[in-house]
Design a protein around this ligand. Sequence first.
Ligand SMILES: O=C1O[C@H](COP(=O)(O)O)[C@@H](O)[C@H](O)[C@H]1O
Length: 256
Amino acid sequence: MATTQAQRKMIVFPSKNELSEAMAKYTANLSDKFCKEKGIFTVVLSGGDLIDWLCKLVQPPYLNSIDWSKWHVFWVDERVCSWDDPDSNYKLAIDGFLSKVPIPNKNIHAIDKHYAANGNAEHCAGLYEECLRNLVKEKIIPISPNTGYPQFDLQLLGMGPDGHMASLFPGHPQINVRDKWVTHITDSPKPPPRRITFTLPVINSASYNLMAVCDKEQGHAVAEIMKHNNMSLPSAHLSAQVETVWYLDQAATSML
Ligand SMILES: O=C1O[C@H](COP(=O)(O)O)[C@@H](O)[C@H](O)[C@H]1O
């Protein structure tokens, strides 16, 4: 079932399996489009359950048909910990997805290894922003003519039961930051406390934003956003330059 609100297109799938299949197809189609148009595909990952739902991308027909050499991979948020810590979104993506596809190492743009291990969130945010600014200079990432912030091709996002996206949490000031591309938090309500995150204007400057939400646990936040447009939930602010699409499984719509 597909419905469209002002800014949000919502598609409900019977189960995670169908959602994963659709997400792989959506990603593969955009990869083809952007690789043909500009020879580069910039993809931003989140952590959490999303990585599991990318499983279909590492299977035929996508595994062999996607031009992985053109991919550049980023993280919308990252936990400030060592790369091999079980909390690391980098580790999660490497283990569950990136180690299974031939993306050149130099195109995987992770949080700084040394400073992440040292736990300095502010410094890690500054360094990640510097990394993005260098890639803008190298013309890997364009600046959106509409917003003035970096414009990624596709972001694959997830939402926590409290309505957070990336590491923008309800009631925390990071959602209002506009003078940075990447900011930090040291008191995240979800552990671990120290994280870096893209700011909202960067998130909303992406061409395509796909928000994938499964499970009953998220049902209340889904209803607050879809039925009541409750803007106190960070995920309610999600938009994109071309398309914002919410992929939900049946369980996540239990309160709609
Ligand atoms: O902490 C985080 O949570 C969100 C949502 O994760 P999920 O496990 O509820 O799917 C995730 O999108 C974000 O990247 C991560 O750092």
